[in-house]
Structures are given as C-alpha cells and as structure tokens.
Design a protein around this ligand. Structure first.
Ligand SMILES: Cc1ncc(COP(=O)(O)O)c(C=O)c1O
Length: 511
C-alpha cells in the first residue's frame, strides 16, 4: 500500500486563507460520477457531501449530462446575460408545467444572479421596495448567505463579524422552540409589533427557513409556520421563505413550505435547482409584488444558460410526477428509524433527533464530545472522510430519482465498494445518501449511492447471515458530529476491505 501525500502547494501558497471546505478534504479531486469522486492519484471517494446540497441528483448525472452536451454541441448560447434564449424559455416552461401550475402558485420568476445569497439580496430589496420600509425580521440561528444584506439577517456571530461594518435593519426573533416551548409562539414578536414603545420598526418582511440547515437542523412545526404566515398577513408584512437549502425536494415536496399549506409572498431557491451543480438561483414572488423597474436589479450573470438546460431536464425527468416526493419521504422514514434506533442505544448522550424528509441530525448532550468527534473526523479527512467536520447537521435530499435516471430497480443495501474512501456524512448528504440505501456497488454511470445508508439499514434490521452482527464484532462505525452544535449523522461500513488503517476505519486503495 502506498500513500502519496497530495500536492496542495498552489492552494496553500496562492489561494486565499479564506478557502474553506477544501481544508477538510486535503486531496485534489479530478473526476466525479454519481456518488463518487476520484482524486488525481486515483483514489475513490464516496461523496456524502453532495456539493453542499447542490447535487441532489448526483455528480454528472447522465440524463442531465446528455442534455448539457447536446446543448453545447449545437453551440447553444453559453454566456449569462439575461437575454431571451431557447434554454431560458424551455426552463421557464418546465418550471411552470411541472412545479408552479400543479401547485397553483402564480409566482413571477426573477433570475437574481447565480448564488443563493443573490436570491436573498433580491428578495430583501424587493420587499423593502414594495413596502417602503427597511426593517426585516429574521430568526435565531438563521443562515441566509454571506453578502451584507444576507448577513444582516443571519445569526452566526463569526460570519457576521466578517462584514466589517454594522449589520443593520435586521431584527432576530426566536425560531420555533428556541425558548423550549416555555413561551407561547410569537408572543414576543406580537408584543413588539403592538407596542409603540418597543423600538421595533414595522418590518417590510419576515425571512424564514422552514428547516434551518446551517443553524443546526431546527425544524419549524407546520403549525408554527402557519401562525407566522397569519401574523405576517395581519401585520401587513411580507413573508419570505428562504428555500435555498430545503427546497428542490430536500424535505419531500418540491417546496419545503408545501407541508404547512402556506403560500409565501417571496421564495428563494438555489443549490439543486440546476440539478447539475451549476450555479443558479431563483427569486419567486407573487405577481402583484413585481414592482421592479427594468434593469433595477441586473448584472452580467443573470441567465446561466447551461444551468437552464440541466434545470429543465431535471424538472422534466424527475418532477413531472409525484414519485420524487414519495420516494424522498419514504427514504426519510428509513433514516429517521435508523437514527432513532441509534439514539435508543445511546440515551444518555443523545438529546434528540430532528429532521424532515431527508434532512436529519442528532443532538448530543455534550457539545464537547461532539466537538472531539468532529476533530477526529477532521483528522480523518486525509484518510478519505470528506465532509465530516463541516456539516454535521445537514443532509441532502434526492436520490431515488437517480435510480430512475439509470432505470435501476429499487434501492437495496449492499456492501461498500472495496477501496472507496468516504466523503463523509455529517453532511447534508449524510442522512440523505443514507436514506437512499442504494447499492453502492461498482462505480458506473449510475445513481449517487450511499454506503451509509446500507449500513444504517442493516443496523436497524436483524443481522443477516454473512453480515457482522454488531459494530463491536467488526462493523466499523463512523459517526460524525457537527463542530458547532453537537449534531451528528452516522454511517457504518463493514470490515473486510483491504488497506484499512488501524483505528481509522477508513480505507486507502493500494496502487
Ligand atoms: C438557507 C440558505 N440561504 C442562503 C444560502 C446562501 O447560498 P449561497 O452559498 O449559494 O450564497 C444558504 C447556503 O447554504 C442557505 O442554506
């Protein structure tokens, strides 16, 4: 077995210190397919991170790749000004046909720029313009992006500090259950709104995530969301749902707010909307809010045509019927069941399991312990555990559609492909991939796959002949704790893979 240290010198000397995710995964990637990534030295990684939620359909999904290659080969427009193109038309028509019309959502569509934070900025700007007020209400532990407007409605102190100027016109309110149910929902918010002496300016809008991802898998109850929507209506305040991370089917339905039966005034979407990991974001809003002047919020990259192509193919392929939602919810149940079983085993250390659809996390009583495990997993990054320390509280959705992409049968647990390393769960992909339970098998042009799933399922089910009966008898268990909030997700794999380093539970492919 040879272990060659990756050449990271140009990243370490030339690239800014601000670089982030790559620090957790000290290797140089070269190729990716389905759930696998390959580094330049030929090592294989099982990717539980899924592009931070932008790869719900796997790396280089063959259906989407075909559409993209065809478009490029016929010299389709590639640059990104907001021209009318055939690619944009096809995307808008698909969105209308597969998503908006069936849900009776009459939203106008704005292309605010390629990233999630672009969508949030435009949503805030539009709300302020419509209402003629500057104040926005956000929630504790919210995350809405890194540009100044988005940071002003984001909770994380470290991220906020990076702004370098006062972050103004945002007022945080307690998210659902922030006060452990000891105070009636929205009591504080309503009181401040009523009281002329409270110091709260009448807000233009409230911005909310239905499930906080970056903030630690905090799930808002449907009832809480309904009450919030009602409050906004009564108080002449717009409701913005930031569905950048929880939209595109991650919680089951295409929009995460569908479960609550609410219709937000403005919705932001990004991450997996292009289906292919290409940068793309949408701001959707009720037609009566479309008060923009032409060009009032424009820019060079407002129409990423290649992303439109893959987005249209994604919607047409995976969202033309209700299967995606059903499968995601079914997988979500599997994940929940598996995580609850783990919790039952560790009652003393685990506080709660929280999640919806394919977004799950477990909260530990002892943050320190969670941190320690994160550190261990971070150290494990050079052994192939990617994503471990970064996003322990998130999980990506989507996956079963990938079965459909390749026409594979129902997902089935299976052994880990020998030689795989893990781009480890903790992450958004962790429980999602786990939930798929699809056969990791040989690397093919097939679906994104998840070994974690297989193991979680096996763990929940009675041991079968030929499989290790318990972790203590040979199953190597990996648990990933989030560095910030004591969350973890889990994956397990079975022994017998060659090249495992003692005590790490990870494998390296001998070359
Ligand atoms: C809910 C939410 N809003 C906004 C953003 C920002 O998106 P981006 O990183 O593409 O700017 C994120 C990113 O994780 C997010 O989770």
């Amino acid at each position: 077995m040879t272990i060659t240290p990756p050449d990271l010198s140009v990243f370490e000397t030339l690239e800014s210190e601000v670089r982030s995710y790559c620090r957790s995964w000290p290797t140089v990637f070269h190729r990716a397919q389905g759930s696998h990534m390959y580094d330049e030295d030929g090592h294989t990684y099982l990717d539980f991170f899924a592009g931070a939620g932008s790869l719900n359909y796997g790396h280089n999904n063959p259906v989407l790749k075909r559409a993209l290659i065809d478009y490029i080969e016929r010299d389709g427009v590639t640059h990104g000004l907001d021209m009318s193109t055939t690619a944009k038309r096809a995307f808008l028509e698909s969105l209308q046909r597969t998503i908006l019309r069936p849900r009776d959502l009459p939203y106008k569509v704005m292309f605010p720029g390629p990233t999630g934070t672009n969508a949030v900025e435009s949503a805030l700007k539009l709300a302020r313009k419509v209402k003629g007020r500057e104040s926005i209400v956000s929630f504790t532990n919210a995350f809405h992006g890194m540009s100044l407007g988005s940071l002003a409605v984001t909770g994380n102190a470290f991220k906020r500090a990076g702004a370098g100027i006062p972050l103004v016109h945002g007022t945080p309110m307690p998210f659902d259950n922030y006060l452990d149910g000891r105070v009636p929902d929205f009591l504080w918010f309503e009181r401040l709104l009523e009281d002329q002496g409270s110091g709260l300016n009448q807000p233009a809008a409230v911005i909310v995530e239905t499930v906080q991802g970056e903030g630690g898998i905090n799930v808002a109850r449907a009832q809480w969301l309904r009450e919030l929507a009602d409050l906004c209506k009564r108080r002449d305040t717009l409701l913005i749902v930031d569905d950048i991370q929880m939209g595109c089917g991650r919680t089951g339905a295409f929009f995460s707010f569908e479960e609550a039966g609410i219709v937000p005034d403005i919705v932001t979407i990004s991450k997996s909307i292009s289906g292919y990991g290409l940068p793309m974001a949408l701001t959707l809003f009720k037609p009566e809010l479309d008060v923009w002047e032409p060009g009032e919020h424009n820019g060079t990259f407002r129409g990423n045509n290649p992303a439109f192509v893959t987005a249209a193919a994604t919607l047409d392929t995976y969202w033309a019927d209700g299967q995606m939602e059903k499968q995601t919810l079914a997988r979500g149940e599997q994940v929940e069941e598996a995580l609850r079983a783990i919790c039952d085993e560790h009652r003393r250390s685990i506080v709660s399991v929280r999640g919806r659809g394919l977004v799950w996390g477990i909260k530990f009583a002892d943050k320190e312990r969670a941190t320690k495990v994160c550190v261990r997993l971070r150290a494990g990054a050079d052994r192939g555990d990617l994503g471990a320390a970064e996003r322990g509280r998130q999980a990506a959705a989507g996956a079963d559609h990938l079965d459909r992409a390749t026409g594979r049968g129902p997902a089935r647990p299976g052994p880990r492909h020998p030689g795989d390393r893990l781009i480890h769960p903790t992450g958004r992909a962790a429980t999602a991939v786990a939930a798929r339970g699809v056969e990791p098998g040989p690397v093919t042009d097939g679906p994104a796959v998840g070994h974690g799933a297989a193991c979680l399922r096996r763990r929940a089910a009675p041991p079968r002949a030929g499989t290790p009966p318990s972790p203590s008898r040979g199953c190597s268990a990996r648990r990933s704790w989030c560095r910030t909030a004591g969350w973890w997700t889990a994956s397990r794999w079975w022994p017998g893979e060659r090249g495992r380093r003692r005590g790490t539970g990870c494998t390296r492919r001998s070359r």
